[in-house]
Design a protein around this ligand. Structure first.
Ligand code: FES
Ligand code: FES
Length: 160
């Protein structure tokens, strides 16, 4: 299959690769670039495990072709920690015991980050709505909702 050049920013670093035309962004990130934080669950847009942020918006990397992402600014869960410090959402998930097997966790955290970027003080309903595209088979969701609300509270206290 023909290879096409793909160039984008991933978690602040420029990436340039030749990738087989038709490769999903999920496979390109995981298998070509080595960022395994987006998970492949359903591969059909229903589980949210593959969620990434592209140009500030929540996207499902299993539904996107890598070649359509040239020039984009892509963020994944692997890029959220800074200077060896966990992102407040990552810390909140740990503190709330909001992860068990962890397979859904990167997608949940990415969906939650997009929510908090747009809505810093969300209601519980906002959180439930924002996470409605992400499936978890382990935690029963309540710890996840509580983690996102706790991260929002921590953010607003830090901003005060
Ligand atoms: S793997 Fe993309 S939504 Fe499930
Ligand atoms: S923690 Fe296992 S699927 Fe969510």
């Amino acid at each position: 299959m023909a290879k096409v050049p793909v160039q984008f920013t991933l978690n602040g670093s420029e990436k340039a690769e030749f990738i087989e035309s038709g490769t999903t962004l999920l496979h390109a990130l995981r298998d070509k670039i080595g960022d395994t934080s987006p998970k492949g669950g359903c591969h059909q847009g229903t589980c949210g495990a593959c969620s990434v942020i592209i140009d500030g918006e929540l996207r499902l990397s299993c539904l996107m072709l890598a070649e359509t992402c040239s020039g984009a600014d892509i963020q994944t869960a692997a890029g959220l920690a800074e200077g060896g410090m966990l992102h407040p959402l990552q810390r909140a998930f740990l503190d709330a015991f909001a992860t068990q097997c962890g397979f859904c966790t990167p997608g949940m955290i990415i969906a939650a980050k997009v929510l908090l970027d747009h809505t810093p003080n969300p209601s519980r309903e906002d959180v439930v709505e924002a996470l409605s595209g992400n499936i978890c088979r382990c935690t029963g969701y309540e710890p996840i909702i509580q983690a996102v609300l706790a991260a929002a509270r921590a953010n607003s206290q830090n901003a005060a």
